[in-house]
Ligand binder design. Sequence first.
Ligand code: GAR
Length: 208
Amino acid sequence: MKKTKIAVFCSGGGTNLQALIDAQKSGVITDGQICLVLANAPSAYALTRAQAANIPTATVTKKQMGSQQAFEAEIERILQEYGIELIVLAGFMSILSESFTSKYKNRILNVHPSLIPSFCGKGFYGLHVHEAALAYGVKVTGATVHFVNEIPDGGQIILQRAVEVQEGDTPETLQRRVMEQAEWKILPEACQKVAREIAIQGEKYERI
Ligand code: GAR
């Protein structure tokens, strides 16, 4: 069966990208192939991880492109060039407009570091999510992989995993535990699930 062509979008460290690369090597992802890593900042360490794994990279910045519209048009052009069929947002800290997300309906996944609908939406990203969880005093948090639509963190949930908050946790220790126990596991699993469905259904694919 033909593998689904995947692009991973990143902004920073890229540990979730690394989990996807490792999952491809270890056989957790069998029906998809990461063909492109796209960053919205040239400093993203994710680019170095991609290069080390021989994956083509592209960098598109909003500043360089001048507007959201031009930024998204350039991304689209690159995606078409690579024949991308599935997009994975792995720590991509830029919100995509409805005009973009509607063109890739049920073909964009995002990993979010909380159990949606808690601690999500505008302003909740990266370490801020864990700061908010600790400030609220929740005893359980986790991660969610969902489809991306026009509502930030509002698309259909694909997988979730719970993680316990521990006495004395800082945002950093909690972030690390959520990554290790949840994100790095459910992101590759969800990616395989959707990649397989696209590979099976081909052009007819609508949703899982
Ligand atoms: C991850 O924890 C990811 O869930 C989060 O940013 C981190 C990126 O780390 N994403 C969001 O908060 C999106 N709303 P990484 O670059 O090491 O994968």
